[in-house]
Design a protein around this ligand. Structure first.
Ligand SMILES: [Zn+2]
Length: 178
């Protein structure tokens, strides 16, 4: 919904160094994908979380898959599709996107990666291969269900657009640090 996304834009600007949407957007990058009940900055209730981080000031926020697509132009839907599949069947394959994500995050060692790519599309696995796949799946699922980074608190502001951040709108810093 249009107004909801504007709410997200206002909050992002408040959490950013830049004072306009165009400058604020450039400060943010995806940080972590997690699975837990949360609210997107647009107020939508979400289970599939994209934690994002502001590279200029260290602020953090949580947005949903739809909003991050629109906001940062990255699509995590194929990753979430893999998570959904393995959550309903631990012997299923995570698929390319989720495994690439896991590899990028260095959750898998070389052997695990090679094994997973080699057996990704096999319909029938030996008992031993199946045990390996399940062990790797459980390892990755545990990573995706790690706690979501604590978002930086930002006040709800009355709806007003175009929105510019003003000096008295400093967000309160959270003690959480990585
Ligand atoms: Zn949203």
């Amino acid at each position: 919904m249009k107004n909801k996304f504007r709410m997200l834009q206002q909050k992002i600007i408040q959490l950013s160094h830049g004072e306009t949407w165009e400058t604020a957007v450039k400060e943010w990058s995806p940080d972590q994908i997690t699975y837990a009940e949360n609210h997107c900055l647009c107020t939508q209730v979400i289970w599939e979380n994209c934690a994002i981080r502001n590279d200029a000031n260290g602020n953090r926020a949580i947005v949903g898959n739809e909003c991050i697509k629109r906001f940062l132009g990255v699509d995590f839907e194929p990753v979430f599709r893999g998570i959904r599949r393995v959550r309903s069947d631990v012997a299923a394959s995570f698929g390319d996107a989720a495994i690439a994500h896991a590899a990028e995050k260095r959750w898998l060692d070389d052997w695990e990666q090679t094994f997973y790519w080699d057996t990704m599309r096999k319909r029938v696995l030996s008992d031993r291969q199946l045990r390996s796949r399940i062990a790797i799946n459980e390892k990755i699922l545990a990573k995706f269900t790690e706690p979501t980074p604590q978002p930086t608190h930002v006040e709800d502001t009355p709806f007003d657009w175009p929105f510019r951040r003003t000096a008295n709108m400093k967000p309160t810093r959270t003690p959480w640090r990585r």
